[in-house]
Design a protein around this ligand. Structure first.
Ligand SMILES: [Zn+2]
Length: 596
């Protein structure tokens, strides 16, 4: 267990800083416990006192019902119920009835009830403050319906306090309550947002949005009596998107106090998690602690946000999924173990589980670096069998065969039927073809090979919301064969590819091995893409300029195929007899590949 915190995060929370915080304040959790007691007491006097400082939390507790974890029942909302989310308390309180011009930034891991918080703030703002809200998501305009139906409509219908006040919810992009409304918009299309006066703008999953459109959303606040901004997202790379905003914010970090030695510390994967024994421990004294210590929910426990720059006009919060009241540490350790050897998965662990940006992408690949990677066997071997074949379409057809981290063959042909020779000779275990620009042709070719027992996919890149990469496996039932489909986010695929290709020095993960005779053209194609930062007045976002990179694209499709092969092997090992319908191609195992 040895790794460095990536990039600029290093050193922000060293032991010295922790020591200086030793013994400071227990106030936030005390207040949290007090408030929970007041609300639960139903004591009218205590309650009216509390109402004077009403915020979306106390309001939601009376008006919003949420689906109970693991059941169909809807129960009154709380963050101090069976599952405790004390790290959301300060954020809820920030958006209170006295606030006028505020900006809150939550740099968060996935699945920590922050979207629920954003919706509660939105309901509160419309129904209690009688103002319009704009809730934005990183989807194409037409895809907003899914979120509206699954999250908002269901909640309104099951919450008496909401149902009686929202007069019209049939429109997916507009939820009206008297003369005020929630507007819901997707932030991918560059079409201008219509002129609508709003006082609250929520940008949910900011790092997946088209940044120019996301900027325009804030223009809608101009001249309003209220201007409340709430940005939430998992981070991606340092200095980009939510990480940029968090850097210029107050930088609130959730800290907890060790019950044994009193040291204050932020929950940290390296310093607080014992992977082998599945336990939390104190970074200072080494004693075993548990999640309730990290959350500060024990009677004599203490935990709260510590803000680095209290003068910043933006309030920022960061916390890790280690605090999740519903996800056990075991799951996170499993995810960490599965990520080993894969820089792209480690990045996802940092972003999605620790809520931290990950630095190791970076500068353009040079010809010299590629030459250093060309230590593999030459491609002339005809005895090779297996691996994943990726095909790029455009300027002919470019092929790349990858086995594990080794490129074993590249080729360039003119006709689809020319690929047959390479499939028959090298017998790959899986094929992934670029879905554009010849979608029909690609699908037809992939289907014909699926029918001949080579599971094949077409890969579609989107600029939009691809929450998790989606994979639809091929159907191999005789007479009903169909190719599979992989849908990926363009920027994420490029980030993943270069992370995997280059390996990770800090994680001791080797780079790919390229054949010693890799053609110059392929070397050029690998070096063509440039990672760029798109800058706007409100921050930066990462992206890629492709250049001419056909072999590189083919390698990316091979990488997607390799990932499916690895998952499939993992599945086969882990659950030999419980194959789901979705992975039905697993039932038609190809003969074991042989390799001399
Ligand atoms: Zn300790």
């Amino acid at each position: 267990m040895d790794f460095e915190r990536p990039g600029h995060m290093a050193g922000r929370r060293g032991p010295r800083e922790r020591d200086s915080r030793r013994g400071r304040g227990r106030d936030a959790t005390d207040v949290a416990a007090h408030v929970a007691k007041v609300i639960d007491s139903h004591d009218p006097e205590l309650l009216s006192d509390y109402m004077a400082n009403e915020n979306p939390l106390s309001w939601a507790k009376r008006n919003v019902y949420i689906q109970q974890y693991g059941s169909d029942r809807f129960v009154p909302f709380t963050i101090f119920g069976e599952y405790q989310f004390p790290f959301l308390y300060e954020i809820y309180r920030f958006f209170n009835q006295r606030a006028r011009h505020i900006h809150g930034v939550v740099m968060k891991p996935v699945q920590m009830a922050v979207t629920t918080l954003a919706l509660n703030v939105t309901y509160y703002f419309v129904l209690r403050m009688h103002q319009n809200s704009l809730y934005t998501l990183p989807v194409e305009g037409g895809q907003i319906g899914q979120f509206t139906h699954n999250r908002i409509d269901v909640q309104i219908e099951n919450s008496p306090g909401l149902r009686s006040r929202f007069t019209s919810i049939s429109n997916v992009g507009l939820k009206k309550a008297g003369s005020n409304a929630i507007y819901l918009r997707g932030m991918q299309s560059t079409a201008k947002l219509e002129e609508m006066p709003v006082g609250l703008v929520v940008r949910d999953e900011l790092d997946r949005m088209n940044i120019e459109v996301a900027d325009q959303a804030h223009d809608r606040l101009q001249g309003n009596l209220f201007d409340w901004k709430l940005d939430l997202s998992h981070p991606t790379s340092p200095g980009e998107g939510i990480a940029y905003l968090w850097d210029i914010s107050s930088r609130g970090e959730w800290m907890w106090e060790c019950p044994h030695c009193g040291a204050w510390q932020a929950p940290d994967w390296k310093e607080n998690v014992d992977i082998e024994n599945e336990r939390f421990f104190c970074a200072d004294c080494g004693e075993t602690v548990d999640k309730a210590d990290l959350l500060g929910t024990k009677a004599d426990g203490a935990a709260r946000y510590v803000h680095d720059d209290k003068d910043s006009p933006i309030r920022g919060w960061h916390f890790s999924q280690l605090l999740s009241p519903v996800r056990p540490l075991r799951q996170q350790i499993q995810q960490w173990n599965e990520a080993q050897g894969h820089p792209a998965k480690i990045k996802r662990f940092f972003n999605g589980v620790l809520g931290l940006p990950w630095a190791e992408t970076g500068e353009k690949l040079t010809v010299e670096t590629v030459h250093e990677m060309m230590q593999g066997n030459p491609t002339m071997r005809m005895d090779y069998r297996g691996g994943a074949l990726g095909i790029d379409v455009g300027a002919g057809l470019h092929g790349w065969i990858l086995d594990g981290k080794e490129c074993v063959k590249v080729f360039h042909v003119g006709q689809w039927s020319d690929i047959d020779y390479y499939i028959k000779t090298y017998q790959p275990e899986i094929m992934v073809i670029d879905a554009e620009p010849e979608h029909h042709k690609a699908l037809e070719y992939a289907t014909s090979w699926t029918a001949k027992d080579l599971p094949s996919y077409v890969c579609r890149r989107t600029g939009g919301h691809a929450d998790n990469k989606s994979v639809e496996h091929p159907v191999r039932t005789p007479g009903h064969e169909r190719a599979g489909t992989i849908t990926v986010n363009f920027t994420e695929q490029f980030d993943d590819f270069y992370a995997e290709l280059r390996g990770s020095a800090s994680q001791n993960i080797p780079a790919w091995t390229l054949p010693s005779d890799l053609p110059d053209e392929a070397v050029e194609h690998l070096c063509a893409p440039t990672r760029v930062q798109i800058e706007t007045k409100q921050g930066t976002r990462g992206g890629w300029k492709k250049g001419i990179n056909h072999f590189c694209d083919a390698a990316m499709y091979a990488m997607e195929g390799q990932e499916i092969l690895e998952r499939r092997r993992g599945l086969t090992e882990a659950r030999p007899s419980s194959l789901t319908k979705k992975s039905q191609f697993l039932e038609h195992e190809r003969p074991k590949r042989s390799r001399k």
